[in-house]
Design a protein around this ligand. Structure first.
Ligand code: PSU
Ligand code: MN
Length: 307
């Protein structure tokens, strides 16, 4: 047998072997999505939120060319504080491995590795998707195509509101990726509660999500992800007017500075965090923690249904 391409921590390995609940977590949020020094604190809080709800966290990232499933505190610190951390989408994993690089995995990178490691549930903030200028830039996140072929439950607050949300939902439909609203039929809007679109399906409990996931696995007709859209409560969302104003500024900056490719998302998020005096950061953190908690509850429900 070829050697596995990733190292699974002892704790995660033991949990998987026992059929205990595990939640995969991405690391690009930490390295590229949140400003320092909050990012390291938040990385630890996300893991704690998973533990508080009964599951084992498995943050995924790359240290010196080794993909790791379950990061210790030294690795987490390194990805949060080093200036030399690559943003790793799925296409970057092999080259970064060969180069011995440090890297943080995106939704695409994390989901693919997590599914290969046998993890059923993954929590993130907001998915990548179709960018607003995609009709001429072709900028569409590899998160979408990866979700089409990666069997995992992804808990998110919809897609980042910097994107073309309607177009992203259309692409998810085309790609055969299931999308369910958690406790609502409206698609979540990341920084804001309502992303402006209806969904076909609503599920109200972790047990219902687990049942839908097991049905998908048993039916055996799809290898796609199931996206669980978990909106922030209205009282916790970013002020809508502030959101719309800062977004318009951010998009103008991207255009003016001709930001392209994988830099677009970090530049827009960074503009949000600075222009809202930290309000978007606080919102982003609430989003991620809420998703980590729900993902853990789904993992617990999925693990107990299996036995
Ligand atoms: N969600 C967040 N913050 C982030 C991201 C998502 O709350 O930083 C990251 C994820 O890793 C996602 C990536 O996969 O942004 C999408 O980047 P791109 O648009 O370049 O594919
Ligand atoms: Mn892109």
């Amino acid at each position: 047998m070829p050697e596995p391409i990733f190292d699974i921590s002892d704790e995660v390995r033991a949990a998987l072997a026992a059929g205990a609940p595990v939640v995969a977590l991405e690391s690009t949020i930490i390295s590229h999505g949140l400003p320092r020094p909050d990012n390291l604190r938040v990385a630890r809080e996300i893991e704690q939120a998973v533990r508080d709800h009964g599951a084992v966290p498995a943050t995924i990232g790359m240290v010196e060319g080794r993909l790791r499933v379950g990061l210790d505190d030294a690795a987490l610190t390194r990805l949060a504080t080093s200036d030399d951390v690559h943003k790793l989408s799925i296409r970057d994993l092999a080259v970064a491995t060969a180069k011995g690089a440090d890297g943080a995995t995106t939704v695409a990178g994390t989901g693919a590795v997590a599914a290969a490691a046998g993890i059923a549930v993954f929590a993130t903030g907001g998915l990548g998707g179709v960018h607003r200028e995609a009709n001429h830039t072709f900028d569409e996140s590899a998160d979408l195509s990866t979700l089409a072929s990666t069997p995992i439950v992804v808990v998110c607050a919809g897609v980042k509101s910097i994107l073309d949300v309607g177009a992203t939902l259309e692409r998810l439909e085309t790609l055969g990726v299931g999308v369910v609203g958690y406790g609502t039929e409206r698609f979540a809007g990341f920084f804001v509660t309502d992303g402006g679109h209806d969904l076909d399906w609503r599920l109200d409990t972790p047990e219902e999500v687990a049942a839908a996931w097991h049905a998908q696995r048993r039916l055996g007709v799809s290898r796609a992800a199931l996206v669980v859209s978990n909106p922030l409560p209205e009282a916790e969302q970013l002020d809508r007017e502030l959101h719309d104003k800062v977004l318009a500024e951010g998009l103008a900056i991207v255009e003016r500075d001709q930001v392209t490719g994988k830099d677009v998302t970090p530049v827009l998020l960074d503009h949000f965090h600075r222009a809202t005096d930290g309000a978007s950061l606080a919102t982003n953190v609430r989003v991620i923690l809420a998703n980590a908690a729900l993902a853990a509850r789904i993992a617990v429900a999925a693990a107990s249904e299996r036995t």
